[in-house]
Design a protein around this ligand. Structure first.
Ligand code: 13P
Length: 228
């Protein structure tokens, strides 16, 4: 792998400086932006890589509010998150739905970024490894290692201002690679900011970062991307 990947998940937010100004200030090519879907076409005016925050398990039809893989691909998305913990929690996305989403992504040549992570309760119970293994297993029959990225995002670290320690991240990333394929990129996400990104980026086990809140600030993203 060349430069480490920086994936910016804007979630349901606009960047602080506005969309055009953010994208025209972006100085690095190893950054992937996952905006709310109405911005796809606006971002296509710039030479940047974009992706979706989620896609539907269905191919097309009467599914109000859903985004199909077909439409996402035709709007320029090259990546999509699958199984972000906010989708698993608030939309109760099931294992079956997630594996269907994964298949829809591959059908349209969209690279899935599969999100894995344990809750605080599971961590306290010493179940982190079991949870990660179970989450991987739900995709295992389908996994295409040539076109796949994992993102380890412990649920307790997301939006919490408390990132996981580098040691804990390295331990889980090595587990994911040992359970899948050593060449499959594994990103870390969860309260990444300027104060902690260097340690993660210096780790041989971390192939990139999946960033939420801090990704809304283009100055922060340019600084983080310049460290890769
Ligand atoms: P934060 O960086 O805001 O903790 O969000 C992480 C995340 O959920 C990225 O997908």
């Amino acid at each position: 792998m060349g430069k480490k990947l920086i994936v910016c998940n804007w979630k349901m937010n606009k960047p602080t400086v506005g969309v055009d100004s953010y994208i025209s200030s972006l100085k690095h090519t190893n950054v992937i932006v996952l905006p709310p879907s109405p911005y796809f076409h606006q971002l296509n005016n710039y030479p940047i890589t974009i992706g979706a925050q989620c896609i539907s398990a269905h191919t097309s039809g009467s599914y109000t509010g859903e985004l199909s893989a077909d439409i996402a691909a035709s709007a320029g998305c090259q990546y999509t998150l699958i199984g972000h913990s906010e989708r698993r929690t608030h939309w109760h996305e099931s294992r079956h739905q997630l594996s269907e989403q994964y298949q829809r992504a591959l059908e349209h040549n969209i690279t899935p970024i599969i999100c894995l992570g344990e809750t605080e309760e599971q961590r306290r119970a010493g179940e982190s490894e079991t949870v990660i293994n179970e989450q991987i297993d739900s995709f295992r029959p389908l996994i295409n290692f040539d076109q796949l990225i994992f993102a380890y995002e412990p649920v307790w670290a997301i939006g919490s201002k408390q990132a996981a320690s580098t040691d804990a991240v390295e331990h889980i990333h090595s587990l994911i690679k040992s359970q899948t394929h050593s060449n499959t990129p594994v990103l870390y996400g969860g309260s990444v900011d300027l104060t902690n990104c260097t340690d993660f980026l210096n780790s041989q086990w971390v192939d990139g970062l999946l960033i939420g809140r801090a990704s809304l600030d283009i100055n922060i993203i340019n600084q983080i991307a310049s460290l890769c």
